[in-house]
Design a protein around this ligand. Structure first.
Ligand SMILES: CC(=O)N[C@H]1[C@@H](OP(=O)(O)OP(=O)(O)OC[C@H]2O[C@@H](n3ccc(=O)[nH]c3=O)[C@H](O)[C@@H]2O)O[C@H](CO)[C@@H](O)[C@@H]1O
Ligand SMILES: C=C(OP(=O)(O)O)C(=O)O
Length: 424
């Protein structure tokens, strides 16, 4: 077991480069199951989650060639149509292979993903979509079985603009007969990246990035080469790292439009952000001002940035009100931040953060990916040493996290955690 040691240090300075987006590459890898032709993906981040979905694809019959930042995939035949518990339990996004399997093989058997630390995360909207496309859905022994002799285009209204349901349904619909229309679709940039990838393979998708997506089914897809978009959440995390340490950092490889909701709130908090040709330069001067945040589907403030922004507001001047509307249990970082001296009270889905002048280093535990990132951010400005355990969560979504932060002057390292004799 490893842990991260951070020492609150000087302002961060220099350039930091954002990697390809985890939440774009995962569905894109799943979509590669839709064709027998070779596909090539560029700007692929080296993340634990990418390793897991690659293993799922290989289990289903994919041949994958790995090069730094690149994956070449070929799926001549689907040798399996079942994604067992051992994969899905490691990563919920494995469930995204259901749509492609149904479209290409006419059947799929996938372990139910279950809940996770941040919420129960049901999959009813995915299944409602597949059923509307004509699939017969059955449950049993912890698995979902979906079968369809032929998928037929349909009108599907999502009760909530679920990112995963929009992606899964879109992937199933590209090979369906006729037109599918997804209403109240998620508008996240990762949906657009997936649609661009599918269209470059010959799919006919219009409206991705808006509330209504229309998909005209085609008989088959070709191979394609596609570069994954930069990770807006990783970028946002580094914007906060620069701001919280009152540093001066150029965060490179950003699509500025994707960061607008985060930039608007940082600006409101008094952080100076300057758009440059190759990124955003952050000047963190003066004390951060308290801000109110409500997480919402895109283009609202991303839930995946909520924990990191809470670390920032915990040392802001005045009170901040942070409301989480997307996941019902995404405040697990609060108790850990409190161990570092933050003053935070939770009332239902709202956290009331009373800014303090300083935090102090402590032993804390990452409970999920972004919670882990928020504790590291807090550690960057705490007095003394912070030890973050359970860092496998962080490895899911941040490529070279330690090395990148060291590159802008952070006093941070990864060490092997000593397990006391007789434990474990
Ligand atoms: C791999 C990936 O891209 N993960 C992202 C994706 O997760 P994911 O695709 O799982 O998130 P969704 O947008 O589906 O979930 C949003 C909300 O809808 C609910 N819901 C979802 C599906 C469903 O069938 N029924 C239902 O009730 C969920 O429980 C949650 O409360 O979008 C989230 C919201 O931006 C992000 O936090 C995750 O980082
Ligand atoms: C919640 C996240 O990811 P996932 O949906 O893969 O759990 C995240 O990236 O913050």
């Amino acid at each position: 077991m490893e842990k991260i040691i951070v020492n609150g240090s000087k302002p961060l300075e220099g350039n930091i480069r954002v990697s390809g987006a985890k939440n774009a590459v995962l569905p894109i890898l799943a979509a590669s199951l839709l064709t027998e032709s070779p596909t090539r993906l560029l700007d692929v981040p080296n993340l634990a989650d990418v390793g897991i979905i690659s293993s799922v694809l290989e289990h289903l019959g994919a041949r994958i060639e790995r090069n730094p930042g690149e994956l070449s995939i070929k799926v001549p035949d689907l040798t399996q149509t079942e994604a067992p518990y051992e994969y899905v339990r490691k990563m919920r996004a494995s469930f995204l292979v259901l749509g492609p399997l149904l479209a290409r093989a006419g059947k799929a058997r996938i372990s139910l993903p279950g809940g996770c630390a941040i919420g129960t995360r049901p999959i009813d909207l995915h299944l409602k979509g597949f059923a509307a496309l004509g699939a017969d859905i059955r449950y049993g022994s912890g698995y979902i079985e979906a079968v369809a002799r032929e998928l037929k285009g349909a009108k599907i209204y999502l009760d909530f603009p679920s990112v995963g349901a929009t992606e899964n349904i879109m992937m199933a619909a590209v090979l369906a007969r006729g037109q599918t229309c997804i209403e109240n679709a998620a508008e996240e940039p990762e949906i657009v990246d997936l649609a661009n990838y599918l269209n470059s393979m010959g799919a006919k998708i219009k409206g991705a990035g808006t509330k209504v997506i229309r998909i005209d089914g085609v008989p088959g897809l070709n191979g394609a080469t596609h570069a994954v978009i930069p990770d807006r959440i990783e970028a946002g995390t580094y914007l906060v790292a620069a701001a919280i340490t009152k540093g001066q950092v150029l965060v490179e490889n950003i699509i500025v439009d994707h960061l607008k909701p985060v930039m608007a709130k940082l600006t409101e908090a008094g952080v100076e952000l300057v758009e440059e040709e190759n990124g955003i330069r952050v000047y963190g001067h003066g004390r951060i001002k308290g801000i109110d945040i409500k997480t919402m589907p895109y283009p609202g403030f991303p839930t995946d940035m909520q924990a990191q922004i809470m670390a920032l507001t915990s040392v802001a001047e005045g009170t901040s009100i942070i409301t989480e509307t997307v996941f019902e249990n995404r405040f697990m970082h609060v108790n850990e931040l409190k161990r570092m001296g933050a003053k935070i009270k939770i009332e239902g889905r709202t956290a009331i953060v009373q800014g303090v002048k300083r935090l102090t280093g402590a032993q804390v535990k990452a409970t999920d990916l972004r919670a882990g990132a928020s504790l590291v951010l807090a550690g960057l400005i705490s007095e003394g040493e912070t030890e973050v355990s359970n860092i496998h969560h962080i490895d899911r979504g941040y490529e070279n996290f330690i090395e990148k932060l060291q590159g802008i002057g952070a006093n941070i390292r990864r060490v092997e955690e000593c397990v006391p004799a007789g434990v474990g």
